[in-house]
Design a protein around this ligand. Structure first.
Ligand code: IPM
Ligand code: MG
Length: 400
């Protein structure tokens, strides 16, 4: 037996444990929420990302400029381009999040981010950590909030995905102990579970939703998922008006396809990896991952993004101009809500519903036989200009 390999693995594990214990101490000193709606000036950082990222991000920016034009002119809002988060630059520096980019990000209040390529073993790139995962950790964006709505099917889901722990946090710190033996780590902390579960219950309470569904695989993944479920049980006691139930991730993914039951689910909260998987499934039910937006929220910073990847193939095949910008525009609507521009955000959501789900005067196919991202953004802004937008939206309710 390779005793030296065992010693190296033990030493590695020791370091990982120490880091996580320090993180727990940091979380215990948790800071309170920054209320951005009270700030005189808001800086929105815009990060293009890779692949189709810069293309779809540009359309989201046009829409934000259209909506925030007056506030930008008055100096109350700044849209600030942040360069350097491309795969080329990350690979050149061998850093998932180049330090100078992180400094710039920390100077912003909120960030709108295009998809960033995440290398895996065997890709032409070195196997560096995901920029998303790194940014979520560095800015402590612990809540990944992903809405999925299909009014015609009575689906109104809000997913709260834990964003800084689980199988992700040490995703790039697993060990190949020998050529034949590999370990990855999955982490759960009381503080980490509690803050995401509380956020889900708070959301339910604020929005008059009577039930929260906790999703784990606690029957098998006993330590970490067991902790998540245990914390949920305790937190739920603080919300006597809200019922809660617990489901395992496997049956939960099946239930999202069960047309008779799925509308009963409203608010769902879960560890990181399950949230990653189930939100792609949910987005597909809504019309594809290209239609879903995502908020990554922490007490100080927040980052908003599409839930899909950078689709390098679309760029290689010359189709980037036909990429669907609706997911990142949806993320921009969530951003507006987060900075207290609630009415603007609501109108943008309604316009997106009209353009993507009801009226669909333009259809994006991802190919030249469909509308381009630019045409879609124009259609959306024309819809936003309509004084009767709300009436138009109301007219569609219950029709499809
Ligand atoms: C997402 C993405 C990311 C994740 C990738 C790009 C690392 O799939 O935001 O869901 O797994 O979290
Ligand atoms: Mg994902």
């Amino acid at each position: 037996m390779d005793m030296a390999a065992i010693e190296r693995a033990k030493e590695h594990f020791g370091k990982v444990v120490k880091e996580q214990m320090e993180r727990v101490e940091q979380m215990k000193r948790a800071s309170s929420w920054t209320d951005l709606s009270k700030k005189d000036r808001i800086v929105i950082g815009i990060v293009g990302g890779d692949g189709i990222g810069p293309y779809i991000c540009a359309h989201a920016r046009t829409v934000l400029e259209f909506l925030l034009g007056e506030e930008i002119a008055a100096g109350k809002v700044e849209l600030r381009t942040i360069e350097g988060l491309t795969i080329e630059n990350r690979v050149r520096l061998l850093k998932p999040l180049p330090p100078e980019v992180l400094v710039e990000l920390k100077r912003c209040d909120v960030i709108l981010k295009g998809p960033t390529t995440t290398p895996k073993k065997g890709d032409p790139w070195p196997n560096i950590e995901s920029a998303n995962v790194s940014m979520r950790r560095e800015l402590d964006l612990f809540a990944n909030v992903r809405p999925v709505r299909v009014p015609s099917k009575s689906i109104d889901w809000m997913f709260f995905r834990e964003n800084t722990e689980g199988a992700y946090i040490l995703g790039s710190k697993g060990v190949n102990v020998t050529d034949d033996l590999a370990f990855d780590f999955c982490v759960a902390t009381t503080q980490g579970c509690e803050r995401i579960i509380r956020l889900a219950f708070d959301y339910a309470k604020k929005n008059g939703i009577g039930k929260v569904t906790v999703v784990t695989k606690a029957n098998v993944v006993k330590a970490t998922d067991g902790k998540f479920l245990g914390v949920a049980e305790r937190v739920a006691k603080d919300y006597p008006g809200i019922k809660w139930d617990d489901w395992f991730i496997d049956i939960m993914t099946a239930k999202l396809l069960d047309e008779a039951r799925r509308h009963e689910f409203k608010v769902m909260v879960m560890p990181n990896l399950y949230g990653d998987i189930i939100t792609d499934e949910a987005a597909q039910i809504q019309g594809g991952v290209g239609t879903a937006g995502s908020a990554n929220i922490g007490t100080r910073y927040a980052m908003f993004e599409a839930i899909h990847g950078s689709a390098p193939r679309m760029v290689e095949e010359g189709r980037a101009a036909y990429a669907d910008p609706s997911s990142i525009i949806k993320a921009a609507a969530m951003l507006l809500n987060h900075i207290g521009r609630t009415e603007m955000s609501r109108r943008l959501e309604m316009a997106l519903d009209i353009c993507c789900q009801y009226e669909r005067r333009l259809v994006i196919t991802g190919r030249p036989n469909g509308a381009s991202g630019e045409q879609f953004a124009q259609y959306l802004m024309d819809t936003l200009k309509d004084q009767d937008l709300e009436m138009r939206w109301n007219a569609y309710q219950g029709t499809k």
